[in-house]
Design a protein around this ligand. Structure first.
Ligand SMILES: Nc1nc2c(ncn2[C@@H]2O[C@H](COP(=O)(O)OP(=O)(O)OP(=O)(O)O)[C@@H](O)[C@H]2O)c(=O)[nH]1
Ligand SMILES: [Mg+2]
Length: 489
């Protein structure tokens, strides 16, 4: 813990490590399959990033415009190794770039705990202010979830916008939400984040906007603004209630669909994993889904379900889901609960890991934490290490050792996909009921269904029809009831 020498890399800066994050700017997609229109929309959104976070229904609320452009990142390293802390900062930089901003600099402070009033220590705030001024940054992004007080105090001291990790992730989700459900889920999460911060932001924002604090007496103290905030607060609560009702309705539709799938006893496989690990690419490989693939965090928010077949011809569904990240904001986990239930309800989980990442095992840890939070830890899991074409062989060897039974694939080259298919087939629950039937030739459709949904053990064409011995699900077994052959002897 404390035995790591900070003075080396940060000579002359005492306990502040200045770690310039490699500004490998993510300039949009590097590969799109079947979603170029979507992508164009998204690029357009990115140029006016602030629009996506403005809540159209509550325009008068001084909601934070996240016009993220020139940013400086700041983090507190309070536990774990330096590598962990740096990985978290690198990820924050990726998140900031995904949201459409340019990262100018990144600072990290070693402290036991974040400072209760300004997140980083007061002496370091002055240092940060120097960096902000020197770089001409207009926004500071903190690597954590800050209290309303911390945000306000920092803004007052730095005189630029201060945003935390949670707000940043919410902003990306808002930019990427496509479906009605996704948009409602994000709006609900944003409002839940907003409520406790309403007063703080109201004040800080007034100060920030063109230095109105100098002209207007009484801003920041009680006054007419307070009444307006109360009204806004009530409107927000009303909107939250309305969104909950709407989402409840959409949830019913989703539940019905899922239970229909259950009745048909088609096994469900969910693809989950860290954001940008290649989940959508894998879905596209295993089916012809044509889901948007993008080198950006949280490209997928809406689950896509496609039919797929095992190597031995059995039908199953494959669902691509929203990616996870370190410290996924609890507001998102909460409002995306119905989407995330697709994972908890699955018969099998394909947990995709980016093998080319600097520390894939940390991704696995973060993902498992979220899985536990959504009560999906009991779903049988296959670890699939993706991007082996781009991964370091030493890392891969380490992963083989860590995760026995993992499958190593490349969604790009197709390597390992055959093995993945057969592993999926092996892990899928086998249809439960064994039947022995004689189906007249007029019942060709039923014969096809047995082939599609069940496992055929024996098939013979006899004079009276097709004799089939097979394992099928309960539903299909019911339909076959009338054609059963009496057990011999
Ligand atoms: N080199 C390499 N790149 C890959 C591979 N699979 C996916 N990628 C790239 O990784 C990036 C992310 O792929 P996606 O399929 O969108 O990842 P995802 O997990 O669905 O991401 P989110 O939906 O954003 O959470 C894209 O740039 C892909 O082209 C692979 O096997 N090898
Ligand atoms: Mg995706």
């Amino acid at each position: 813990m404390s035995d790591i020498d900070l003075d080396g890399p940060a000579a002359g800066r005492e306990s502040v490590v200045t770690d310039r994050v490699d500004p490998t700017v993510l300039d949009g997609a590097d590969r799109v399959s079947g979603g170029s229109q979507d992508l164009a929309d998204r690029a357009a959104l990115r140029r006016v990033a602030s629009l996506s976070t403005q809540l159209t229904d509550i325009t008068e609320v001084e909601y934070r415009d996240l016009l993220l452009e020139q940013v400086v990142l700041v983090g507190v390293w309070s536990g774990g190794t330096l590598t962990d802390a740096q990985a978290s900062m690198t990820e924050l930089a990726r998140l900031a770039e995904t949201a459409g901003s340019v990262v100018l600099d990144a600072l990290m402070q070693r402290r036991q705990h974040p400072d209760s009033s300004t997140y980083i220590g007061s002496g370091k705030v002055a240092e940060l202010k120097e960096v902000v001024e020197a770089t001409g940054a207009d926004t500071v992004i903190c690597d954590g979830e800050l209290t309303p007080g911390q945000l306000r105090n920092l803004e007052e001291k730095l005189r630029v916008k201060v945003v935390d990790r949670t707000a940043l992730i919410l902003d990306i989700f808002a930019q990427h939400a496509r479906s009605k459900e996704g948009k409602a889920q994000v709006e609900l999460a944003q409002l839940n984040y907003l409520v406790p911060r309403l007063r703080g932001w109201g004040i800080a924002l007034s100060r920030q906007r063109g230095g109105r604090v100098a002209a207007g007496a009484g801003i920041g103290s009680r006054g007419p603004g307070e009444t307006k905030l109360e009204i806004d607060r009530r409107r927000i609560y009303k909107r939250i209630a309305q969104l909950r009702v709407e989402l409840g309705g959409m949830r019913k539709v989703r539940d019905t669909k899922r239970s229909q799938r259950r009745d048909n006893a088609v096994p469900a496989v969910a693809i989950a994993g860290y954001t940008n690990a290649g989940k959508s690419s894998l879905l596209n490989r295993l089916t012809d889904a044509g889901v948007l693939v993008e080198d950006a965090l949280f490209a997928t928010l809406d689950p896509t379900t496609r039919k797929a077949r095992t190597t031995d011809g059995r039908l199953y569904t494959l669902t691509d889901t929203v990616g996870f990240v370190r410290h996924l904001p609890h507001q998102l986990v909460e409002s995306f609960r119905s989407t995330l239930e697709e994972i908890g309800d699955a018969d099998l989980l394909i947990h995709v890991v980016d093998g080319s990442d600097a520390s894939p095992q940390d991704q696995v840890t973060a993902v498992r934490q979220v899985l536990a939070e959504i009560e999906a830890s009991t779903v049988p899991e296959i670890i699939v290490v993706n991007k082996i074409d781009a991964a370091d062989p030493v890392t891969l060897a380490h992963l083989r050792h860590l995760f026995t039974g993992a499958v190593f694939v490349s969604a790009h080259t197709g390597e390992g996909m055959e093995e993945l298919r057969s592993v999926i087939a092996r892990h899928l629950p086998d249809p439960a009921v064994e039947v022995d039937v004689l189906l007249p030739y007029t019942e060709g459709a039923l014969v096809s269904r047995v082939h599609a949904e069940g496992t055929v053990l024996e098939e013979e064409h006899e004079g009276a029809g097709t004799r089939l011995r097979a394992r099928v699900n309960g539903n299909l077994a019911g339909l076959l009831e009338g054609y059963r052959v009496a057990p011999a002897g």
